[in-house]
Ligand binder design. Sequence first.
Ligand code: MN
Length: 241
Amino acid sequence: MTTLFVSDLHLEADRQDIGAQFVEFLRTDASEADSLYILGDLFESWVGDDDPNAHYFTIKRALRKLVDSGVPVYFMHGNRDFMIGKDFANETGIEILKDPQKVSLYGENALLSHGDALCTDDVQYQRIRKMTRDPKWQAAMRAKPLKERLRIAADARRQSLERTLNLDMNIMDVNEDAVKQVIEEHGVDILLHGHTHRPNVHTVDLGHRRAKRIVLGDWYTQGSVVRWNMRGPKLETMPRN
Ligand code: MN
């Protein structure tokens, strides 16, 4: 049996093609899996579980169907969908995980993370992250009318795009020291994350031992998945029809 990992689908109503591939993935590959982990940025934007967006409804229904069929689905917040809350979890049956989360899979210890917390070179982003993950900030945001939240989210996306256009690409990657620190702290052999949209398998030299860092890719032009079974984890792309 296999455990599946995906991240950075960035689902939105304007990209029905991504949603269609994901729903098909849930119906086929995921339905035969031990469990499915979604490591953040499932959605391009999320302003609250009360958003009546029809595309979101389609995705929620597909997740519910998978969970009801007996496949546990775990979700970790990304930097786009950190406002996903209890109502979404109740509607879909998914379980929300803390970031990072240590798991034991087929005899190996792994640490799961979205990955944005490891991008410590981007000091400005880390400040934004700290602010937006504060429960008080989130409560104040949830108290605003849906229309205002949607406007704020659209502004934030535009500002983020403008900012990252002018940033050195390396600043937006994970910091090597932060990676080593988190691997040592949790005593794992493998770190698995997304966020950077740079799918790859890296060797991390800790001096006294070596670990592996697996990076999931985004779903903009194709699917990206880690299939993990008795033989270990394997990073794969899934072409879009
Ligand atoms: Mn991200």
